[in-house]
Design a protein around this ligand. Sequence first.
Ligand code: AMP
Length: 476
Amino acid sequence: MDEKCGVVGISLTDRDVARPLYYSLYALQHRGQESAGIVTHDGFQQHSHVEMGLVGDAFEEGDLEPLAGSNGIGHVRYPTAGSVDTCCAQPFSVSFKSGSLGLSHNGNLVNTEEIRDELAAMGHAFTSDGDTEVIAHELARNLLEADLVRAVKRTMNRIHGSYSLTIMHDETVLAVRDPQGNRPLCIGELGDGYVVASESAAIDTLGGDLVRDVRPGELVVLDPDGTGYETYQLVESGNTAHCFFEHVYFARPDSVIDGELVYEVRRELGRALWAESGIETDVVMPVPDSGRSFASGYAEAAPESVEFAEGLMKNRYVGRTFIMPTQDEREQAVRLKLNPIRSTVEGKSVTIIDDSIVRGTTSNQLVKLLHDAGAEEVHVRIGAPQIVAPCYMGIDMASREELIAADRSVEEIAAEIEADSLSYLSIDAIAEALGKARADLCLGCVTGEYPYDIEGEQTDREVSRPVIGQPSGADD
Ligand code: AMP
């Protein structure tokens, strides 16, 4: 099951954690809109509230009160496959002989079936088809035989794929990032406690300070009294596999991920887009909101004769068009969502800038819309390379058949969306803007080669299983 989600965990010294968790879920709402949940521990028992819907709908004022305790974790979820109902909403919580466990997961394992079959043969019963429950059972099993740190390490050596986790074992909050660091995860300091979250914007929302990213393969254990944390480098991997698409589309522009402010990366990508394929039209305009930072960098690099203006107005009350199930609905939704400003486009040649083209619905509709509003030429520039293959690591990218670039050249796509010209950004420009080697990025959706073993797909790694390194805090 692919899941693009947001996770958080907080330990405080002397106040209930439910409210700060609730606010941080708001800050992570863009990472998942299907369900939201919080699990806390008050020193004696676990409390949980998990509901379908946006954070604001999933929680009512009275729901926070029973979530007692100063340690807890939270989750927002948007599944891209699998069942859409409460069975898979998170945090997943369960009690074992080894204690109570709560788990929030962002990412996607690639060997879930194998582990589930093995655990099922040992008598473990599963209530969902999600991979998070499999991680919980595997961890619970290891906790019977080893202390917490060793049990996490054994679990990390068994599960393969993409995961940023926040975990509650009794009242202790833990955070784990997979050995290749596919999804983001960071540590923050509050005046009276510590937080681990998918994105630093959640730490900002709580008035805290970003300490640093959780390192790939690292375990963070927050002190339940909120006074500090310990870290253990449990697994080392030769290369990282940071998801470049987090920087391009998924993360908030005000978050710092792997040391880079997302907004500045997007502006840099915009400048690179001008350098690679800039075209001198009368006007350049962003597709709001996803194209905004790119367009400002692109316009900055363009000559002054190219006017930078808002030419598309967004109706902020319409949800993401991507989540509409049928193609007809998606097309209608683009019109619902975006309306042209005539004075910016009438009689002019315009360039629109967006972060990505997935199915081609948005750009196709926008080109039509702008022509209808009187634009003479409509050029399209995209701040990411062509998306040619699906994502197995947690981002909803549609199936290969639905991807407009899967089997078309750039010229064919331009013709299909009826643009006067179309250019994408190169993969090298992405690596350069992120200051990372291509080998340290997950580029599966733009190359079709993945950093993990995925049945029926190619891998870009010689040794795709993580290499077990020298532990600094546990010895098996
Ligand atoms: P499409 O209309 O299918 O070509 O999708 C492209 C538009 O959706 C762009 O405006 C993107 O900003 C946005 N987008 C890209 N990836 C995703 C995603 N995984 N989920 C939701 N929206 C996306």
